[in-house]
Structure formats: C-alpha cells, structure tokens
Design a protein around this ligand. Sequence first.
Ligand SMILES: *[C@@H]1O[C@H](CO)[C@@H](O)[C@H](O)[C@H]1NC(C)=O
Ligand SMILES: *[C@@H]1O[C@H](CO)[C@@H](O)[C@H](O)[C@H]1NC(C)=O
Ligand SMILES: *[C@@H]1O[C@H](CO)[C@@H](O)[C@H](O)[C@H]1NC(C)=O
Ligand SMILES: *[C@@H]1O[C@H](CO)[C@@H](O)[C@H](O)[C@H]1NC(C)=O
Length: 760
Amino acid sequence: MALPALGPDLWSLLGLFLFQMLLLLPPPASGSGGQGLVPRVRYCAGDGRRALSLFHQKGLRDFDTLLLSGDGDTLYVGARETILALNIQDPGVPRLQSMIPWPANDGKKDECAFKRKSNETQCFNFIRVLVPFNATHLYACGTFAFSPACTFIELRDSSLVPILEDKIMDGKGQSPFDPAHKHTAVLVDGMLYSGTMNNFLGSEPILIRTLGSQPVLKTDTFLRWLQPDASFVAAIPSTQVVYFFFEETAIEYDFFEKLHTSRVARVCKNDVGGEKLLQKKWTTFLKAQLLCAQPGQLPFNVIRHAVLLPADPRDVARIYAVFTSQWQIGRTRSSAVCAFSLTDIERVFEGKYKELNKETSRWTTYRGPETNPRPGNCLVGPSSDKALTFMKDHFLMDEQVVGTPLLVKSGVEYTRIAVETARDLDGHSHLVMYLGTTTGFLHKAVVSKNSSAHLVEEIQLVPDPEPVRNLQLAPNQGAVFAGFSGGVWRVPRANCSVYESCVDCVLARDPHCVWDPESRTCRLLSAPILNSWKQDMERGNPRWACANGPIGRSHQPQSLPQIIKVVLAAPNSILELRCPHLSALASYCWSHGEAAAIPESSTVYNGSLLLLLQDGVWGLYQCWATENDFSYPVVSYWVGNKDQPLALDPKLEGIPQERVEAPLTRVGGGAALAAQRSYWPHFLTVTVLLALVLSGALILLLASPLGALRARGKVQGCGSLVPGEKAPLSREQPLKPSKEHRTPATDLDADNNHMGTEVA
Ligand SMILES: *[C@@H]1O[C@H](CO)[C@@H](O)[C@H](O)[C@H]1NC(C)=O
Ligand SMILES: *[C@@H]1O[C@H](CO)[C@@H](O)[C@H](O)[C@H]1NC(C)=O
Ligand SMILES: *[C@@H]1O[C@H](CO)[C@@H](O)[C@H](O)[C@H]1NC(C)=O
Ligand SMILES: *[C@@H]1O[C@H](CO)[C@@H](O)[C@H](O)[C@H]1NC(C)=O
C-alpha cells in the first residue's frame, strides 16, 4: 500500500491545515429557513417513538371513506368495492368485524371500459358516501364504474349484512362518476344533502337533496348558480341551513388568468322548491366568497377541506378549513388553516347581494329596492313569484366571509383536517388540529388562546409520498384514523413518553402531555388530575414548571449535568462530540468549562463539536439548547488526556460518569498509532475535510465576505446566548447530583434522559 509510505507527519500537517480551513466554514444551513412554522419533532415512517397501527388486508385498496359509529367503538370504512366494519375499541391494530363486497357489476364495468375509462384504475365501485341513516341502516354510495349507485346497508349487531343486487339504486348526484372528482354529502333529518358532479364528463356540478319525505331539490344548471368546475369539499349542517364548501372559478373579478375562489353556499333545510317558478329547484340557494389570507399576501384561494367544531357554551361555533393557493413560489405550495365563525357567515348571507350587469358583463353590488320578506330567507311556506324571480340571479353575496388565519405552512399541501379541543392542566381549552398532507404526513398543531399556532409534531405515515385520503377522530380511543390507498392508520393523539425530561415535556407544549414528577415521566393528561403535575401551555417555560418542588421550598435550580460522558483521547487528535437535537425549534451551541466560547482550534459542524486536542482544550464541554428563551445542557462531556489523565474538576465530583468513545481521528505523530492502524481513516478524514473546505471555499467565493462567515461560525459557540437566560443555570450551581438519576442509557442520547433533573 502506498499510503503509509507518506509517513504520519505529512498526513498530520495536511489534516491540521485542512482542519484550520474548516474553522472558516460557514455552518451548514439549518433546514428551517423560510418554512414558516416548523414541527418541533419529526418522526419518519416506522419510527418506534411513534408506533402506529395499520389495518390493511390483501386485495383491499383505496380506504377513502371513514365513518365512526354512534357509540364510537366501530369504524366503518368504504374501500374500493368493499365496505368494512372495524372494531377499534382496543388499542393496536383495528380488528376486522365484518366486511361485505359491493363491486360494480360486470355490465357496468364493460360499459365503463367501452367508454374509454381504465379497467385497471377507474372502472370500479369507489365508495364515496357512507352515512348513518337510522338505528339499523347505513346509507352508502359509490362511483359504480362511472355509473353512480347507492344502497342501504343493514347492520346486525354492528355487523354488515350483505347487499342484494336488487337493493341498489341510482346514485346520480349523490356520488361522482369519476373517482377523481370531489364530492361531499351529509345526512340531516333523514335527508341526504350532497354536492358533486352530476354527469359523466364532470362538467355539471350539482347540489342536491334526496331521501326523506321532502321533495328532491337541485341547483339550476341553466342559471349558472355553480360554475362548471365547482368542486365540493364539505357539507356542514347548522340549525336552519346546510352549508356547502367548495371551490370554483371566480366570476366576479376580471383577471387575466383563470382565478379560483373558495366559497360557502347555503340552502335552507325547510326549502320545498317553487310552485311555478323554480320547481324542484332550491329557492334559497346563496353563495359567498371565503377569504383566507394573510395581510399583504396573495390569498390562499383553494379550499381543500372544512370541519365544524361545535360551539362550547362560552364561544361561537367555528368552521376550520384548510386552503392552498393556486399560485406557488418555487416548487412547493403552501397551505393555511383559517377559522370562520358561523356568525360571520350568517351576517354575510344577511347582507347585500351582487348582480350581473348584463350590459357591462360585470358583477356589481345590487342597490335596488329591498324586498320584504327577504328573498332566500328560511321562511315557512312558498315564496312569491317576485321573490323567486329575484333569487334566480341574486345568488352571490356582495361581502366576503373573512377568515382568521391560524396557521400558515410553506412547503406542504394539506388535504384534510380534523379538530378537537383539549383542556390543559389549568382547565384552559386549546384547539388541536390534525392535518393530513398530500405526501402522507400528519401534522399535529395546537392553537392557543392568543391565536398563535405551533406544530407539536410531524408524523410520516407512509414511506412513499401519497395523499392522506381521509381523517377521522375517535375521541373515545384518543386516536385519529387516517385512510390511505393501502389501509387505515391508527395514530394515537400523543406519545408523551417520547419527552424524556420535564424540560422537553414542558417545551413540547402539547396539551395532552404533562410531567409527573413522582414517576419522572411525561404522561397523558387524564383524570384524575394530580396537583403535582407540570405543564405550561401558555408560555412553555420549564423554568417554573420544572423547578423542584413548590417554589419557595427549593428555588435553587440544579443545572448540573446528571451524567458526564468521559472521553479520554490522545493529544493532537480531532475529536467529534455529538449533540442530539431533540427539538427543531431549539438553537444549539457549545460551551467549554465556565466559558461560553469554545477554543479557537475547534469548530461546530452539523451540530457536532470538532475539537483539535491541544494544550488547554481539555475539560468540560456542554451542548446547550435554547428554546423559547430557555437554555439547558443537552449533553456534557469531560474530555481528558489519555496520556496524562487530568483530575476531574472538583465541582463535578459526585456526578455519575460514563465512559464513552467519541469518534476520533488522530492527526499527530505517534509511531504506535502508525504501527497499529492503517492510514485509511486518515485518508478518509483528510478527504472529507478537503471536500468540506473546498465546498466551503466555493460558497465563500460566491457568497459573503470572510468576516461575515467567521461571525456566523462563532454563533455556534455559546457566546451569543442571552446572558440573563443562561447565567442562572451555569453559575453558582449547587454541585449536588440528583439522587434520582436513572440508569444511563449507553448511547449518546443518554444525557437527555436527565435533562429534567438537570434543570429541575
Ligand atoms: C412512545 O415512546 C417511547 C419512547 O421513545 C417508546 O418506547 C414507545 O414504544 C412509544 N410508544 C408508542 C405507542 O409509540
Ligand atoms: C382490462 O382489459 C384488458 C383488455 O381488455 C384485459 O387484458 C385486462 O385483463 C383487463 N384488466 C382487468 C383488471 O380486468
Ligand atoms: C331504517 O331505514 C331502512 C331503509 O329505509 C328501513 O328499511 C328500516 O325499517 C329503518 N329502520 C328503522 C328502525 O327505522
Ligand atoms: C449531521 O448529523 C446527523 C446526526 O447527528 C447525521 O444523521 C447527518 O448525516 C449529518 N449530516 C452531515 C452533512 O454530516
């Protein structure tokens, strides 16, 4: 081998030189730039910290429709050509209770294939509607190979009774023809209100009421109440009316490109249609624009889904909707969640109308005489011909319903939303939103009283990107169910045990999780609530929440490490000290001994401290995390000289120690080393360093001046920490180890287990 022939000294010199060059490098970009909100913790698919259960079965696909039974113990699922009843009472994988096939018949499939639809992907019965009809029956509709069909499904002891061929009815207007088309349906007082495409081509949207005793009512196609591309995403009943949420081309603006707009439409439940005019048509159809925008920004104009959170007694009911934008910056779209109060929606429908000026073809505010009773009101009895004539072309409201943006996230497109409220330890209620993305992720977001949202976590449900088709909360089970092409996932609301310390538990600001000082665990908040439990939803500040015992009895925080990782190394090596990053919201930095700065001959790369072991660098190194204005040591190393062991700082005596091996590269002369090992690792190190230096130099040349870079590099020493925040933790600490430290784990994360006690 030629390499050893170069001799150790050349390699060391080269290594040293490159290492010095590395000190000039800017830190690698942190991934959070320009993303807006960042999930605090991310779990990749299959991460054991967020163990999820998947129901799937060979031959079953497209778990599109989810329905929770009245008692909350059964999840009905509409999959392709099949309807399932899953028992979800027990934790873990949902248990198949019963399953009935509902395929489109061969005749329909042949016809579908004949009409040039794919017999591989489209000519099936995709279940689109699944609603509880009465105590003994569900009502279901499907695309039925581009020939929509509906049927009642009998339940016997929560099991599904097979569907008889002669019980299948026409489902036009209730289910779309094309599985790719949007649709929505809700059953109210025995009547099905649905919004979808009413023809094979998908050019005729309809909003229709079927079933029950009242007459069947539809939107009028000729009057253009809906634009031909209207795409329905939600139907939500209220006291007197049913609201529909959809997106369509805007007609009321002049715009050089096709402009999408989001809308809410409403119809009265007691509408019976007109007698002469508007026979079998809605006489109360009105629609208004929904606006979800941040001030000064392009609006999020495409609605994707909406849900109602019923009013709690002290508040008004609100609708929460996810939006994306038709415009995108760069390659990714962004999403927003907006809240609309029902009172605002009602007010807009009580306000002025727009009308089309036939001469100018522009939509303007209607300023004609007010008719009394007001057309479109949910009055009992038939309306006058005059009112109906008015309704024919005054269906668009003048004002917009303006939503409150609760959350804006770039780089993701949300497809579905589910919401619930959660009470924190102090009894305050917080809005919790579960958001499914087009790429198979689930975000858990919490909105506090002051309307600012934070993302508690991001869970990757499926390894390959595909949209979340549906989300269904199961409050009794404390879980969210997510429907996919390949199955249904059960996602428990939270796994509080991933927060291994009080600090992490409190910083997570998850209303479902509290710190229990007795068991030293972060646990699900559940009754009965104990006084000793800790949480700080409002500020997320561990300083008070994690103080040991009641403040006053012991207000000396112990911020000493609970465990010291001892690394013994030979001089002139390069040592890599790692720092686990628990939170994407924290900034991390390194300190040396009492000093906030790290030695000149070291650098931080990718969170790790790279330390060239020379005189004067031995001693204590701590990686500090600063989050929410609070700093705490994540990991503490004692770096000692293998050849001349340095006595441990007396202040650190008594703290449990653990010998660890940190990745090490020896660059200094040592015949012993040369004899023992090949130079391959050196070669690798030098090559890696060279690559880093070269890429760094390139950036350097292309981008900013050297001074600025050095300044940025320094940020990763603790020099820039807010002194008032860190000082109380690093100075004048009682050097007493906690009695209750846990057995150290052997990996590098071990110190995390003790963060609670470090600060507590
Ligand atoms: C919760 O997290 C802990 C700690 O990471 C892990 O051991 C456990 O398996 C997780 N449980 C679930 C249900 O995800
Ligand atoms: C679809 O049609 C083709 C040709 O008619 C046939 O070969 C294929 O088996 C069909 N696929 C299915 C899933 O029926
Ligand atoms: C529920 O509806 C079905 C279908 O219309 C009907 O056959 C059945 O008798 C109803 N059951 C009850 C309890 O009303
Ligand atoms: C940065 O560190 C993480 C974990 O410590 C590692 O997985 C990742 O590969 C590192 N990235 C680079 C560019 O070294």
